[in-house]
Design a binder for this molecule. Structure first.
Ligand code: NAD
Ligand code: USQ
Length: 386
């Protein structure tokens, strides 16, 4: 297959590219280094050292694997760039990771919020128009988020829910209550993608992904130069990745509020497999389908305690110190999200309990001298003047 990976320099995009390439697919990447630039502006950096720009990264991959990945350094918001990538590469599948993924960044202020929504919504619109014009048969695999649903007091279905109202029934998009203005951008994307499938006949899989953790993948582990980025700062680091870095350097684990916030989580290896399963099993033309992409649910306190126990196994004394929640979110709530569709396609999950020590804590220890401790404590509040 010809696979276009948008956001191919990112935490998930880079390992996805290597996996597809190793399996013999033709892979092209697009990235404008926005993530790198925003971290540099904050004075932080990935825990893992990145080998260089995309040119250096794909050169290292070619040396290690003998396989070639091509790339475009460009912005999806630039229509000429997006159009010409689609026209020259003519993908069979488009894996769209190329967005700003940070909830805290989107809540920092007006400018950051507008940048997030503009980048994500307009970038995805350009992708949809390019597909409509150039490759209407191609399959869009779009990374959405479990956070689109919020935390309703009923079970969360996979994208759609059957509703009975005044004696009539219909299968309708599941109600959305996103938890940040970033999560809102994903809801807007979902609406636009669903529309493009219904009206233009495009085909798409919206992967409503939970929080990803991990550094190791089969391909990234082949050579130090192939490692993916791994962030632990308050803005771009996610819960479990942050807790593991904190545990290794002896920083108390930053549980926000009462810590009963429950989310779906998955290992980075499973992200790659899910995307692959979606690509191997495309929907019909005109079909918009949604998979909830996570493997296990944990509350934040449960996560912290798991990290504490894993730390003990390797001699780390890990403290948990809840802090005032900078976010506005339910801290105790019902959470039962369905996630069977990827399992039905053959996903075999990696469980957190099996990967925490070796894949996470031991790996992080190798880079612990690079940690910028000042980047850890949260500063962004959901109510700026609250
Ligand atoms: P990331 O920031 O590491 O990767 C995104 C990449 O896209 C970055 O390299 C960035 O430079 C690039 N990009 C952003 N805007 C662009 C634009 N306009 N043009 C070209 N390139 C652009 O993030 P990630 O953690 O790899 O997440 C990838 C996707 O998965 C995102 O859409 C995110 O919302 C989604 N997601 C991530 C997680 C997670 O826990 N990491 C969970 C659920 C969903
Ligand atoms: N949390 C803590 N302590 C921390 C960091 C986070 O208690 O140090 C809590 C948060 O308050 C929240 C939960 O952990 O309740 C998850 O926070 P997170 O920062 O790990 O995840 P989130 O902001 O939701 O965003 C991340 C990714 C985003 C993706 C989303 C999937 O950055 O791209 O869309 O996970 S989901 O959460 O399912 O919506």
């Amino acid at each position: 297959m010809r696979i276009l990976i948008l956001g191919g320099d990112g935490y998930l995009g880079w390992p996805t590219a290597l996996r597809f390439s190793r399996r013999g697919h033709e892979v092209h990447l697009v990235d404008n280094y926005l993530r790198r630039r925003l971290l540099a502006a904050d004075g932080t950096d990935s825990l893992t050292p990145i080998a260089g720009d995309l040119g250096a990264r794909v050169a290292a991959w070619e040396q290690v694997s003998g396989r070639r990945i091509t790339f475009t350094e460009g912005d999806l918001l630039d229509w000429d760039v997006t159009r010409s990538v689609f026209a020259s590469f003519r993908p069979d599948a488009v894996v769209h990771y190329g967005e700003l993924p940070s909830a805290p960044y989107s809540m920092r202020g007006r400018q950051e919020c507008v940048l997030t929504q503009h980048n994500n919504v307009v970038g995805t619109l350009n992708v949809l128009w390019a597909m409509e014009e150039i490759v209407p048969e191609a399959h869009l695999i779009k990374l959405g988020t479990m956070g689109e649903y919020g935390t309703p007091n009923i079970s969360i279905e996979e994208g759609f829910i059957e509703i009975a109202h005044e004696g009539r029934r219909d299968l309708l998009p599941y109600p959305k209550q996103p938890g940040s203005l970033y999560h809102c951008s994903k809801v807007h994307d979902s609406t636009n993608i669903h529309f493009a499938c219904r009206v233009w006949g495009l085909r798409a899989t919206d992967l409503n992904q939970g929080v990803v953790y991990g550094i190791s993948t089969d391909e990234c582990d082949l050579d130090e130069r192939l490692v993916t980025r791994f962030d632990y700062d308050e803005t771009f680091g996610t819960a479990l990745n942050r807790f593991c870095v904190q545990a290794v350097i002896g920083h108390p684990l930053t549980v926000y509020g009462r810590g009963g916030q429950t989310r779906g989580f998955l290992n980075i290896r499973d992200t790659l497999r899910c995307v692959e399963l979606a690509a191997e099993n495309p929907p019909e033309p005109g079909e918009y389908r949604v998979f909830n992409q996570f493997t296990e649910s944990f509350s934040v306190v449960e996560l912290a305690e798991l990290v504490q126990r894993a730390g003990k196994e390797i001699g780390l004394e890990v403290r948990i110190e809840p802090i005032d929640n900078p976010r506005v979110e339910e801290e105790e709530h019902y959470y039962n999200a369905k996630h069977t569709r990827l399992l039905d396609l053959g996903l075999e999950p990696h469980l957190l309990s099996e990967t925490l020590v070796e894949d996470m804590l031991e790996r992080i220890r190798r880079y612990q001298d690079r940690v910028i401790e000042d980047a850890i404590m949260p500063r962004t509040r959901w109510r700026p003047r609250g």
